[in-house]
Every structure is written in structure tokens, then in C-alpha cells.
Design a protein around this ligand. Structure first.
Ligand code: PXG
Length: 464
């Protein structure tokens, strides 16, 4: 049997990794010199590396391990499904039990009449499906000019050609000939960075109305859909002002465009409800799902469609699909993950136990001398570092200088907390206890103190 175990010393694993493994979103040559951290094991909310260091994983992997690590039931279900039917597809007038059961379960959990799921292997694929799907939808409805999809600057929708085009990350658009045509980006509701002298509510309205301006400028007859994350995740856990989503919903209702809520991060309990759309009162026509759907134990994602969208798209052949659409093992794991979330009342735990306590501690971080803003919804939060709280200035040394220092201090202090520029973000497993939260906050505070001291010592506390 080919066992994948931690059978080599760390340095040898790092050398082999550098020699043969090309990492995503990484300057690989620089990493090769430094050496990757080798993660060997995880249980509950704790990661262990190849040197035996333990870290509290406040990112739940990559925003996905909602039920925490080490759930035997998920391993059991995967093994059982592999023995029973490891693979089959749904292309040629066939189907299988895991895909049927999961699609049915999702129709029960998803709000409104979102009753039909098209499966993919992750969020990028699902958003590529959405691009082809909404354009085909309007073709079938006799409105082939409706091709433009409006999305947002600093949004993240995946890394394939289509989904990265929907995303609004300039560094991604700089590589590989994207965006594809007919994607239009409007501004993001990031008050801290871009709100200037406006109050947050007025700014939220202003940014929402950029959608209306774009529709009016291009013509309603050219716009197919608007896509957005209820809370921007990879963009830095940007919680929109309260005015933002109601105004977006009003605009989508007024003009004939489809609303796609990208719930890849905000789905499956992250915000305290099954979906972020419920937390913000959004009524989407399509929801993108992945990550927490299987708690990351198996790669699976999809698009949940409203009755109307599904009925239109089903009226002709839709020439689209992936080998792993509705993969039986991934679907079985997802179904078991949803059972765990439901039967163990993990959403109740988030709402009544974990999120209120985390919120109290997290928001208090704004009193730290480095922190200008603290935001949190359910189990996703961000804190913004700044050299000048009043002016909301960035650091003269450049964006990300403080963020990188803090991220490294966090690792050293046994905490995985990400940075996006100089914003520190968390999205921990939903099963966090009060004790875990105390640990998280203590390690984060210590890391911030050390970052503050390091910036001070190097003369880097200057505003840009
Ligand atoms: N939509 C959203 C909202 C996401 O956050 C995707 C789509 C793409 O999903 P897949 O499964 O294809 O990766 C994501 C993924 C980061 C980071 O740096 C975030 C994601 C992926 C990789 C890195 O925060 N989110």
C-alpha cells in the first residue's frame, strides 16, 4: 500500500516540495528558498506541522472546514461510497443515489424556490457554469443581447478563466489574458478603504447605485446578471454597510437581471444561517456553493437555481458539464457533512454560543493601538491595521508590510490568521468553544503587540 505519511524529515520534504510541487498563488522560487510549512495532521480546530508545532486554525483551512477536522463519520462515508460506487456520471441519462439525495437536501436548505442544483468540483467551476448558464438562459428567452455580467472590484469568484474574470483582483487580471469579454466591474462597498468623508450608510447606497448606473449606461437589454459575495471573503472580509444589500436587491428587482449570490464562503453556517443571503435578506436567482458544503473533506461545489431559471435552462439541451459533476464520493461526504451540521445543531452553536462571544472579544480589538476597524458577522471577521486611526491612512512602507509581519507573528504564536494587505482576517471552524475563542484572541493580541513593537522599532509606523 502506498501510504502517504510523514515519513521523511521536514527538510527533505521541503526539498522535494520545492523540486516538484508548484504551489497556487505563490512566488514559488521565493518559497523554495524559505521552505514550505508541512502540515501533517489536524483534529478539531488544531493543525500540527511536521516539527510537531500545534496551531489553532482560525481560517478553517481555506474558509472551508466548517465542522472541524478529524470527523470519523466523513471518512467512513467516503470509504463506504468508494466501495459501493466510486464513480459514475450523470451525463448520459443516468444518475446515482448520492447526487439525488444531495440535490434534494440542498433544495430543502436553500431559501425560497432555489430547488435545483447543477454540481461542480468547486467554486471556480460553479461560477464558470453560472457564466454560461445565465447567458444561455437569456438566449432561450429570446434576449441574446443580454450577455454582460456585472461584478465588483476586489470581489473573488475563483481562479479559472471565467471565474477570475468575474473576480475583480487586478493582480489576477494582469496574468493570462483575462477578463473575458462582457464582464463589467463596479466599485466595492469597502467603507474603510474607499468611503472617504461619507458616512458608511450613505457610502453603501452610493456603491449599490453604481449597479443601477451601469445598467442604465449599458442598457437593461444588454445586462444578464449581477454576481457578488454577500460578504467579500478573499477581498478582506469586507462587511458591507447595512444600506448596501437592500438597495442592490431593489435594483435587481426593478431591472430584468439575474442576481447570483456567491455563497462559497458565506454558505453552510458561516454567518449563523445556512446562507449569507438569509443573513442579509438577499433573494438570489442563483447561489454558488462549495467549501463548507463538504467542510472541505471532498472537492464539491455547485450552482443552486430557482424554479424559473431551472425551468428555462431545462427547456433545451445545456451543453455543459464536468467529469466530476455530482461525484458520488464527494456528494456522499457533503450529505454526511450536512447531517452533522443539522443533527449537532452547529448553526445554533454559532448563533447562541460561539458568535456572540467571539463578536464581543473581536470588536474589542479596536482598542488596540494598531487597529482602526473591527468587523464580524457570525464566524467571519476582520481587523484593519493602520498607523493613524483618524485618517484611516495606510502605512508609508507600503500595503501589506504590517500584514506580513503580523501573519508571521501569528504563525510563531500558534495561530493561523490570514492577512489581506494590512487587514487580518479569520474564518474559523464553526465548532469553536469559548476556550478556543479565548486562545484565539490571546494569540491574536500577542501577535498584534509584537507587530506593533516591530513596526515601531523599524520606524514603520508612519502614515502614507
Ligand atoms: N467564490 C468565492 C466567494 C470564493 O471565496 C471561489 C468562488 C472559488 O472556489 P474554488 O473552490 O474553485 O477555489 C472562492 C474560493 C483566499 C482564497 O486567498 C479564497 C478562495 C480560494 C483560494 C484562496 O482567501 N476562495
Amino acid at each position: 500500500m502506498n501510504m502517504i505519511t510523514n515519513h521523511l524529515p521536514t527538510a527533505e520534504l521541503q526539498a522535494l516540495d520545492a523540486a516538484h510541487h508548484v504551489h497556487p498563488f505563490t512566488h514559488n522560487a521565493a518559497l523554495a528558498k524559505k521552505g514550505s510549512r508541512v502540515i501533517t495532521r489536524a483534529r478539531g480546530v488544531t493543525l500540527t506541522d511536521s516539527d510537531g508545532n500545534e496551531m489553532l486554525d482560525a481560517m478553517a483551512g481555506l474558509w472551508c472546514v466548517n465542522v472541524g477536522y478529524g470527523r470519523e463519520e466523513l471518512a467512513e462515508v467516503a470509504a463506504r461510497q468508494m466501495r459501493e460506487l466510486p464513480y459514475y456520471n450523470a451525463f448520459f441519462q443516468t444518475t446515482h443515489v448520492p447526487a439525488i439525495a444531495l440535490a434534494q437536501k440542498l433544495s430543502e436548505l436553500a431559501p425560497g424556490d432555489l430547488n435545483h442544483t447543477f454540481f461542480a468540483a468547486g467554486g471556480s467551476e460553479a461560477n464558470d457554469t453560472n457564466i454560461r448558464l445565465v447567458r444561455t438562459y437569456w438566449d432561450i428567452k429570446g434576449k441574446p443581447a443580454k450577455k454582460v455580467i456585472i461584478s465588483r472590484k476586489n470581489g473573488y469568484h475563483g481562479s479559472s478563466v471565467g471565474s477570475a474574470s468575474l473576480g475583480g483582483m487586478p493582480a489576477m487580471h494582469a496574468q493570462g489574458g483575462i477578463p473575458i469579454p462582457d464582464i463589467h466591474h463596479i466599485g466595492q462597498p469597502n467603507w474603510w478603504a474607499e468611503g472617504g468623508d461619507m458616512d458608511p450608510d450613505a457610502f453603501g447606497l452610493k456603491r449599490a447605485r453604481e449597479l443601477e448606473d451601469a445598467i442604465l449606461e449599458m442598457g437593461e437589454d444588454r445586462v444578464a446578471a449581477f454576481i457578488a459575495e454577500p460578504i467579500q471573503g478573499a477581498g478582506g472580509v469586507i462587511v458591507p454597510p447595512e444600506t448596501y444589500w437592500p438597495e442592490i436587491q431593489r435594483i435587481c428587482d426593478k431591472y430584468e437581471i439575474l442576481l447570483i449570490a456567491d455563497e462559497v464562503i458565506t454558505g453552510f453556517g458561516r454567518t449563523g444561517n445556512w446562507f449569507g443571503s438569509q443573513t442579509f435578506g438577499i433573494r438570489p436567482d442563483i447561489m454558488t456553493i462549495a467549501k463548507g458544503l463538504s467542510s472541505g473533506y471532498a472537492p464539491i461545489g455547485g450552482s443552486i437555481l430557482s424554479d424559473e431559471v431551472a425551468q428555462v435552462i431545462s427547456s433545451e439541451e445545456f451543453n455543459h458539464g464536468y467529469t466530476y459533476s455530482g461525484h458520488p464520493v464527494a456528494a456522499a461526504v457533503a450529505l454526511e457533512n450536512l447531517r452533522i451540521l443539522e443533527e449537532e445543531k452547529i448553526l445554533d452553536h454559532v448563533r447562541d454560543v460561539a458568535a456572540p462571544y467571539l463578536r464581543e472579544k473581536w470588536l474589542a480589538m479596536v482598542d488596540h493601538p494598531l487597529i482602526g476597524e473591527a468587523k464580524i458577522v457570525g464566524m467571519m471577521g476582520s481587523i484593519q491595521m493602520t498607523p493613524d486611526k483618524d485618517s484611516r491612512a495606510g502605512f508609508a512602507a507600503g500595503k501589506g508590510t504590517a500584514g506580513l509581519i503580523c501573519r508571521d507573528r501569528c504563525f510563531a504564536n500558534g495561530l493561523v490568521m490570514r492577512h489581506v494587505g494590512d487587514r487580518m482576517i479569520i474564518s474559523p471552524p464553526l465548532i469553536l468553544t469559548h476556550g478556543d475563542i479565548d486562545t484565539l484572541i490571546a494569540r491574536a493580541t500577542r501577535s498584534l503587540d509584537e507587530t506593533h513593537a516591530a513596526l515601531k522599532a523599524d520606524g514603520l509606523l508612519k502614515a502614507a
